[in-house]
Write a protein that binds this ligand. Sequence first.
Ligand code: HEC
Length: 149
Amino acid sequence: MKKVFKTFLVVILLVFIAIQFFQPALNKHSGQVYTTDFTGIHKMPANMKALFETACYDCHSNNTNYLWFDFVQPARWLIEKHIGNAKKELNFNEWGNYSKRKQERLLNSMAEQIETGQMPLRSYTLLHKNARLSKEEIEILSQWLKVQP
Ligand code: HEC
């Protein structure tokens, strides 16, 4: 029995090592400045811009600030899947290309997602502590989002 358990552990370890070699493409498309970016189109103070960038841009933009453990599989797959799904719904870099109607819907949706604590994703803020929003930050962001033209 002991031997079976040992073999099992070795197999798990080997699988873990093997999957490290599968690294999907990074969500890093240079440090390009987008004229269509949300934070340029909606005028906001620098500290608010920083909030969006640290709490949302890792998934909802073309440039993710990866931390070292984001490169460890299977986290790498998970995060890349989140980014893909997030960008399909909302890419802050491409805000200016969205129709007025879509922008309005997204502004409402953002306020709601932030207020209800659904965004940023909890599974993400668990380890990415810098992306967490405090109660005051949630209040500031949602109030601001609601008065955007
Ligand atoms: C860890 C990645 C991640 C982070 C960080 C993140 N999101 Fe998301 N977001 C997603 C994913 C994935 C979806 C797609 C829907 C789902 O799976 O819930 C989504 C969906 C959304 C939607 C819904 C879009 C729609 O069509 O209504 C909004 C709005 C949104 N996010 C806003 C934000 C805001 C604002 C922040 C920062 C405060 C943020 N998100 C941070 C991953 C993320």
